[in-house]
Design a protein. Structure first.
Length: 301
């Protein structure tokens, strides 16, 4: 029984208007609930640190990164990101990139590790989109390979929305396999073609979803044996989610997370998790849903 590494930084929360769809304080609420959980003693917290500027340029165009840092994004670029662009958002965007990379490093050491943020999979090479400034999943995959820490990386994206930005950045990059299991009738409305894309019909429930997940594992295993898995455990698949379109229960989400962790644990494949999307007017509700992947990690490992 191991201590589960959890990567976090106290400055992950961001400033958003009260009526905004994105919960700017869900990160601190999540960690607060983790500290009150019955499995807290199984968790070992690590602080993320800012990423090196030059490493970001493996994932994003230099002129885009410069505009983010200098605060000179156009109105249209800010509209696409749909978050207030201020110093706090810029700071946490760099922190969260290295947070997911650090989580992957801990997973390589321990077999599993969890990031209490991450999953910014709509950020493209030269623009942000859908609450995402930089892409932590693509960043981590490319830097693991560049630094010789892994040769083959699986990005398993089970957020309700397709990880279009991840696909854009990783397309054609050797050693990276992108798999997205997402709702077809949902954002982004122009889908990208990744290595494996499973489009789900609206209002899919637990049993059918878990069956699809099981067949997805089989499809991946035919073609790819990863050195590490980056798992986006988005909870916007929940039936009450504001921006989702699937009908999973909390029990179904926990079964999903346990199934993913068990599958790769049984193959001795390290797995690093990020929390992905989840949307509700109540950040406490969202934080409670995000507990699932952490509980699953303590259950499985």
């Amino acid at each position: 029984m191991i201590q589960i590494p959890v990567v976090y930084n106290d400055t992950y929360d961001i400033n958003v208007p009260e009526s905004h769809r994105f919960n700017g304080t869900k990160f601190s609420k999540l960690v607060s609930q983790l500290k009150q959980s019955d499995f807290y003693r199984r968790l070992h917290f690590h602080h993320s640190s800012p990423v090196r500027y030059q490493d970001v340029l493996r994932t994003h165009a230099i002129d885009y990164v410069q505009r983010v840092v200098q605060g000179t994004l156009s109105k249209e670029e800010v509209r696409q990101i749909n978050l207030p662009i201020d110093n706090q958002l810029v700071k946490r965007s760099f922190l969260a990139l290295n947070g997911t990379f650090t989580t992957a490093l801990k997973a390589l050491e321990e077999g599993v590790a969890c990031h209490a943020a991450g999953g910014t999979h709509h950020a493209h090479y030269s623009n942000g989109l859908g609450f995402c400034v930089f892409n932590d999943l693509a960043f981590t995959a490319l830097n693991l390979i560049e630094h010789g820490l892994a040769e083959k990386v699986l990005i398993l994206d089970l957020d309700v929305h397709q990880g279009d930005g991840t696909i854009d950045i990783c397309n054609g990059k050797p050693g990276i396999y992108t798999c997205s299991l997402h709702c077809e009738q949902n954002f982004p409305f122009q889908k990208r073609q990744g290595t494996l894309d499973i489009a789900l019909n609206s209002h899919l429930e637990d049993t059918d979803y878990l069956d699809k997940l099981c067949s997805t594992f089989k499809s991946i295993s035919k073609d790819f044996t990863p050195d590490i898995v980056l798992y986006d455990a988005g909870v916007d698949v929940f039936f009450g989610d504001q921006l989702g379109n699937l009908d999973l229960t909390l029990e179904g989400i926990l079964k999903r997370d346990c199934a993913v962790l068990e599958y790769f644990k049984n193959r001795n494949t390290p797995i690093a998790t990020v929390i992905g999307g989840g949307y509700s007017p109540c950040d406490t509700d969202i934080a409670r849903r995000h507990l699932s992947i952490f509980r699953a990690a303590t259950d499985v490992f």
